[in-house]
Design a protein around this ligand. Structure first.
Ligand code: FEO
Length: 396
């Protein structure tokens, strides 16, 4: 990276884009890359807010030195210890002698566990103020958004919220750093995929963070991933607010597991019947083809969810099992659920999908339907009823 960008008076974005890493957290595909945003405050005192992943460090330290122009770095504020942001903490401590680390008790525990650092610490809490001169920083403890030690930093002077993972998005920054320099709509899918897969499990803690932000004027949101929101921060705040409440558009996501096409045929038939019953947003996915992170993001988008599985060794299909396990782990809520499948021996797919439904607490919009052998017009008739009930639930 060869540039830094001024965010406001005395504050600079010094993030990096990572287009090389294939899997975020070694699990989530990064087809459009990701940015690790880091910020430098060059005031009477100087402070670095979060670092970057060390796989993308490049000339990071030199860029900081250039902006400091011979001055020392006084503080390193660590809002979040996940290594995509704390990757350069050790090199900053080694390079900028005397820099004080700002975090909370939980941050310090992880810092010691990672690098054995246990001194030159400034412990922040909800009442602390760090006076840098022009900028006065306060801290908001926001645990579990997305690790237990997570906090946010708020600049009282220019009303900038350094929000960490909250309000972040997958997707590298392609020239534009600010929301008014790029097309925010381009980021919506990747923001939702980031939210639903990384932060969604902690939606109730996101809501608690929103409560904490009530009454705090925010002019700019500076997250650790994705665009810096200086013109319309309400866009990303509205998205996160909606997603953390599991609010979804009227529509259906049909995800099927099919070895030889019978369950797939049912998915197509069901989609047609949903359409005939007035549902206009319908997406169909083959669980074997689309990465689970995209499936989860689509599930988050719509209020109807249809899961179909063939039987596989008297169980559901393994990749469908993985999806349902992940949905249980996330604690998915507020979906109208329907289940279907087919079998050639003695079943097992739909039976185990029904177990998932019970465990998840999601309400079934209709009785599950399972077909023996190949679907025929006669065998498909129960899907007319299923589609009618599901469409009614989705559209009401
Ligand atoms: Fe972007 Fe939880 O780290």
């Amino acid at each position: 990276m060869h540039y830094s960008v001024q965010v406001c008076n005395k504050i600079y974005w010094i993030g990096v884009n990572d287009r090389r890493k294939r899997l975020f957290e070694n699990i989530w595909p990064l087809e459009r890359g990701v940015s690790y945003n880091s910020y430098l405050v060059v005031d009477e005192k100087t402070a670095l807010i979060d670092t970057i992943d060390n796989v993308a460090s490049g000339n990071y330290v030199e860029r900081i030195e250039q902006l400091l122009n011979g001055r020392p770095l006084d503080y390193l504020i660590i809002n979040h210890m996940e290594p995509d942001h704390s990757g350069e903490v050790k090199s900053i401590v080694d390079h900028f002698k005397g820099v004080k680390l700002v975090g909370n008790t939980k941050t310090f525990k992880i810092i010691e566990a990672y690098w054995g650092i246990a001194e030159n610490l400034f412990e922040a809490d909800d009442c602390s103020i760090l006076d840098l001169g022009y900028h006065k920083l306060k801290f908001l403890m926001t645990p579990w958004v997305h690790w237990p030690e997570t906090m946010m930093t708020y600049d009282i002077t220019d009303q900038v919220l350094f929000s960490g993972d909250a309000f972040g998005a997958f997707g590298a920054l392609e020239g534009g750093v600010f929301d008014d320099e790029l097309d925010p709509v381009y980021f919506e899918d990747e923001a939702r995929r980031y939210y639903s897969n990384i932060v969604g499990k902690y939606s109730n803690m996101v809501q608690k963070a929103f409560t904490k932000l009530e009454g705090i004027p925010v002019r700019t949101i500076a997250p650790t991933h994705g665009p810096v929101w200086r013109s319309n921060p309400s866009i990303i705040m509205d998205w996160y607010n909606r997603w953390s409440h599991f609010e979804a558009a009227k529509g259906a996501v049909i995800i099927y597991a099919s070895m030889y096409g019978n369950t797939e045929d049912i998915a197509d038939y069901l989609a047609r019947k949903l359409c005939e019953n007035g549902v206009r947003s319908i997406r169909i996915f083959d669980v074997s083809k689309t990465h689970i992170s995209y499936l989860i993001s689509e599930i988050w988008k719509f209020n109807g969810l249809v899961l179909g599985s063939c039987a596989y060794n008297s169980q559901m299909f393994p990749l469908m099992e993985q999806l349902t396990r992940e949905l249980l782990h996330i604690g998915l809520k507020n979906k109208h659920l329907a289940l279907f499948g087919s079998y050639s021996w003695n079943g097992g797919g739909v039976k185990n999908l029904a177990k998932f439904a019970e465990e998840s607490g999601l309400s079934l919009a209709a009785e599950p339907v399972e077909i023996y052998g190949k679907p025929t017009p006669q065998k498909l008739l129960p899907f007319d009823t299923l589609a009618k009930s599901l469409a009614k639930s989705i559209l009401e």
